[in-house]
Design a protein around this ligand. Sequence first.
Ligand code: AMP
Ligand code: GLY
Length: 419
Amino acid sequence: MKLLVVGSGGREHSIAKKLLESKDVEQVLVAPGNDGMTLDGLDLVNIGISEHSKLIEFAKENDIAWTFIGPDDALAAGIVDDFNQAGLKTFGPSRLAAELEWSKDFAKEIMVKYGVPTAAYGTFSDFEEAKAYIEKQGAPIVVKADGLALGKGVVVAETVEQAVEAAHDMLLDNKFGDSGARVVIEEFLDGEEFSLFAFVNGDKFYIMPTAQDHKRAYDGDKGPNTGGMGAYAPVPHLPQSVVDQSVESIIKPVLKGMIAEGRPYLGVLYAGLILTADGPKVIEFNSRFGDPETQIILPRLTSDFAQNITDILDKKEPVITWLDEGVTLGVVVASEGYPLDYEKGLPLPKKTDGDIITYYAGAKFAENSRALLSNGGRVYMLVTTADTVSAAQEKIYDQLKKQDTTGLFYRHDIGGKAL
Ligand code: AMP
Ligand code: GLY
């Protein structure tokens, strides 16, 4: 069968690469993808993620069995609804189910209604009311743009002044455009962060290994928030009991709630959690796979990925198996200046082979050759599996030292919390 993946980052590279390993898959196409993916035998389709009718036409003409949707903005724009209306199968939530991610206020309402533990909060579109709430609650406190903001619309404020300034930026200065026309202001939760992913169809769900992302740009969790600078899975210091508790108190009730609301969930559900003194609580739901978490989770999948997704879509019981030893760890290499301004067009090191995988994100062939150049904020990611976190770190960082990363940067402490 032929499959289509929508998106262009490292996440989509790892999804597509894993699908291509499946027994019955002859071709995996990625729209629009990036040139780095072609080094793994993936084929690119030059159609943007928002061009739904062109994508649908392409899927029909090319006999695509089903389409895997990577990015949140495509889901929020209703790509799944449009494909389904055209009679095409997709793995991803409808626009209404994806609202769990594209409106933080909606996610909060669902959590409160169905008893999912999360931070206490208020939602505001009026600055003076937001300010009064912040002053009443005190700091630390967290201010979030309601809508999608590429992971950058969250301010963890240590003082009341910072929080008021963030609310001002979002509500009065329109810093996040429409996304920030409403803000969710919530209690600061203290504890270790981790991510829990599940493949979902309705009330059926299949949990993946736990993962931990590193969202700040620089070592020691310093610098601005990014899409994610590196990750590892599973998180060795998280006991199974925490996973079990998260499934019972978070995953099950939210999926039941979505069914009760007439918005049954299909696709990957991503729960961003904090393990507080009162147990795991939700920081956010995402309606898709994480980037860079996918790149360190999927290499651990030992079953046939395409068959698993086909079964889930067909409501058959999938046989999903995971590597049950060692740790998979990956470090993102980004353009200097990311997540703000950066240069493009820097030469990239050669793709690794052997037991270190290179996943590409912002990468593009030079005009007259197949030499890859940087073409985005996050450029590529090196991923490996080893017995321990420190052994995996050693392999990746040794490799990175050998590479010429002029004009690029990476964190040196991915996995550090597990040591
Ligand atoms: P988000 O985009 O919602 O994942 O938030 C970005 C980051 O802000 C998270 O990864 C957390 O580190 C932090 N954060 C968000 N909400 C809270 C909260 N209620 N308490 C503490 N930290 C938070
Ligand atoms: N790694 C964070 C995200 O995908 O939202």
